[in-house]
Ligand binder design. Structure first.
Ligand code: NAD
Length: 335
């Protein structure tokens, strides 16, 4: 029995979290879900979108599964998602881009993993107006965080037998901030070049990287980058493998891991039983592997692949008409 914090989130969050918990249960993994609330719903109850008990639960359990949480655009509270990552120092946002069903992918041979720095960059939320006519946002890049994310990418490459690490940046224009990130990534690469010469290292300017990902995805393996570029290229990557409904992720610190899909709360389909639970399910599969439940993780992954490749029970984002409940039942049957 594992104790895992569950933040169902809002929008489609509760529907897909429910679905995922059902599938894990059907696979025979016993999890005691510690359900906590964050986001707009929590404001009414606790007076804050991110009550302290959420952190207490995650710190205690060390592992959390998290649904998406809406961030008001323009005004209102700042992102709860970003606050969780910062407060718990979950410095690596890791987003595997892998094809599970070829018919949904734009190209064959996509197998990349994005390592997105998760605690700084433009997400520090330091902004102000300059008079009435301008606004300024501050982007912070530190050597420490740059080194740490570059090291995580290399360690992962070693562990998973990956062949290449690519640092993604805009150091031609942002010479100080992105320049510093690239400098640190190159230093880390030089360290690993001695002990692991089999891992190739290169770097790409982010705009070119986007084009490369679309045209020659087979040439890329592990991508390591700053916060905003990581966010953007992982959505781009999600588009390549079949959309946000299939793209998982995890936020890793030194001893805490929070698993969540790449996608947001999808307010356009929330509460309609239309959401695809697979992206969160793939995130939960990463969680099961993290917990050492490899056999169950493999079994669920196989069941999802079966359902996706059969193509009879698919949600709207994948061109089908099935409901969240129907695809959940189909995956459970395939188990
Ligand atoms: P989104 O990812 O919620 O939705 C983009 C599009 O993809 C929508 O058309 C949506 O219907 C579709 N989509 C997303 N997930 C889907 C799924 N599982 N099944 C089927 N279709 C799916 O992006 P957005 O609309 O830009 O953001 C909505 C809200 O989510 C915003 O408040 C944003 O701040 C928040 N957000 C939260 C997180 C997070 O919790 N980590 C991440 C991204 C965005």
């Amino acid at each position: 029995m594992y104790n895992v914090t569950m933040i169902a989130g809002d929008g489609i969050g509760p529907e897909i979290s429910n679905a995922v918990a059902k599938i894990i249960d059907a696979a025979g993994v016993e999890i005691n879900w510690d359900k906590v609330e964050a986001g707009a719903g929590a404001v009414e109850k606790y007076g804050t979108p991110l009550p302290e008990y959420v952190f207490e639960s995650i710190r205690k359990n060390k592992v959390a599964l998290k649904g998406p949480i809406t961030t008001p655009v323009g005004s209102g509270f700042r992102s709860v998602n970003v606050a969780i990552r910062k407060e718990l120092d979950l410095y690596a946002n890791v987003r595997p881009l892998k094809i599970h069903a070829e018919k949904f992918a734009n190209k064959a041979n996509i197998d990349m993993v994005v390592f997105r720095e998760n605690t700084e960059g433009l997400y520090v939320g330091i902004e102000h107006y300059v008079g009435d006519e301008a606004a300024e946002s501050i982007k912070i890049i530190t050597r420490k965080a740059s080194r740490r994310i570059a090291r995580s990418a290399f360690e992962y490459a070693i562990r998973e037998n990956r062949k290449k690490v690519t640092a993604v940046h805009k150091a031609n224009i942002l010479k100080f901030s992105d320049g510093l990130f690239l400098e640190e990534a190159r230093k880390v690469a030089a360290e690993y070049a001695e002990s692991h010469p089999e891992i190739e290292f290169d770097d790409k300017i982010v705009d070119n990287m986007c084009m490369q990902m679309v045209q020659y995805p087979e040439e890329y393996d592990v991508l390591v980058t700053t916060n905003l570029y990581g966010d953007i290229i992982s959505d781009l990557g999600a588009g390549l493998i079949g959309g946000l409904g299939l793209a998982p992720g995890m936020n890793l610190g030194d001893d805490i891991a929070v698993f969540e899909a790449v996608h947001g709360s999808a307010p356009d389909i929330a509460g309609q039983n239309k959401a695809n639970p697979v992206a969160l399910l793939f995130s939960a599969i990463l969680m099961l592997r993290h917990l050492g439940e490899t056999e169950a993780a493999d079994r669920i992954e196989k069941a999802v692949s079966l359902v996706l490749n059969k193509g009879e029970v698919l949600t709207g984002d994948l061109g089908g008409t099935a409901t969240t409940d129907e695809i959940t039942e189909a995956i459970i049957s395939a188990l």
